[in-house]
Design a binder for this molecule. Structure first.
Ligand code: H2B
Length: 115
């Protein structure tokens, strides 16, 4: 399988398939620092990234924003002093799509480079 961070997001529509439970277990192995959370019955990928101050957290937030615009797939971002919490899910299918795993892997990649 091609590594997630080498893939690009595909246009997602309401009829696009959600990730199967079996596939989820395999995909999560590639992004072990992410947790699957359910908010209002919608499965999401969530990770909190740590920084030494607000400025670094904001820089990272903006880098994720650039990547999201390139991919055409957008996260929820909570920027605080010393940390950024990122949530990925697909609004159109109200759940997890391959795109979310790709973007989570790309978020990890951005963090590795910033550190
Ligand atoms: C038209 C546009 O591509 C769509 O509205 C995209 C934008 N970004 C998106 N981001 C996320 N996370 N889920 C979506 O369903 C979604 N849809």
């Amino acid at each position: 399988m091609t590594q997630l961070n080498q893939q690009t997001c595909q246009a997602c529509h309401a009829e696009a398939p959600k990730i199967e439970q079996s596939a989820l277990a395999e995909l999560i192995k590639q992004i072990p620092d992410w947790q699957v959370q359910v908010y209002q019955e919608i499965m999401q990928l969530e990770r909190t990234f740590k920084f030494k101050n607000f400025k670094q957290a904001l820089l990272f937030t903006n880098q994720i924003g650039e990547m999201a615009e390139t991919e055409g797939h957008h996260p929820a971002l909570l920027t605080e002093w010393g940390q950024v919490t990122v949530n990925w899910w697909s609004h159109s299918i109200k759940g997890l799509h391959q795109n979310d795993f790709i973007c989570a892997a790309k978020t990890d990649e951005l963090y590795r480079h910033l550190k």
